[in-house]
Design a binder for this molecule. Sequence first.
Ligand SMILES: Nc1ncnc2c1ncn2[C@@H]1O[C@H](COP(=O)(O)OP(=O)(O)OP(=O)(O)O)[C@@H](O)[C@H]1O
Ligand SMILES: [Mg+2]
Length: 263
Amino acid sequence: MNATADPAGQPAIRVQGLEKSFKQLKVLRGVDLDVARGSIFALLGSNGAGKTTMVTILSTLLKADAGTALVNGFDIAAQAPQVRESISLTGQFAAVDEILTGRENLVMVARLRHLKDPGAIADDLLRRFSLTEAGGRRVATYSGGMRRRLDIAMSLIGDPPVIFLDEPTTGLDPEARLEVWQAVKELAAGGTTVLLTTQYLDEAEQLADRIAILHEGRILVNGTLAELKALLPPAKVEYVEKQPTLEDVFLTLVGARTDRGPQ
Ligand SMILES: Nc1ncnc2c1ncn2[C@@H]1O[C@H](COP(=O)(O)OP(=O)(O)OP(=O)(O)O)[C@@H](O)[C@H]1O
Ligand SMILES: [Mg+2]
């Protein structure tokens, strides 16, 4: 059996000194981070910060210029096929087929992966993502939240130990976001490692065990929500102690280092 290359206790993802440029544009300038197994890690950053670039490199779809990364113990450069077997990537834009029903989408992917009993796999995922009733309907009739949940369900076929979710809730209404959050929490509770990117600070607050802020090519901070909040002193408002929100931390750090001049 081709077991994972790393002993237990090693992080699911280890990134060291990752660099990537597009021509003169230096997008990643030496990124380091570890993601513990079974945890949810949120990579925060503004538009163009390089979040999708990171996820694309870790999924082996794009080559880094320098640095190394291990995913599920496999080197993204030297062991790309093993990395691909270990992961799934749910992109920034949903990849479901509108003409097919939800169930047919799932069955199709299970067949493509040569799994036994695609129908049972589809039914199980529909149940896990509260799509059983909608499963027989064409995806064209689904709401944004249902599509997203189906998209994430599709990426779980084959039980990859590591999943990448690139902006899983962008464009969703609050209720649909809650549904996706619930699905992501259940994944991590089941032992899957989740690396998600987001621009929504409350999403990171709600979901992530650890949060890193990617800004101007580097990780500015990396820690638990409590650690990040401890970076700013609590603001005193009369007798009520107000903790800084993650938004305060983000804007202070990012704002302080962005050369935009006075706003
Ligand atoms: N294939 C490419 N060729 C040239 N430039 C690219 C390419 N891919 C990304 N870029 C540039 O790299 C920078 C980072 O892009 P990336 O998509 O990684 O950002 P992001 O953090 O995912 O942003 P968003 O929040 O808007 O999704 C941007 O300036 C983008 O224009
Ligand atoms: Mg992106």
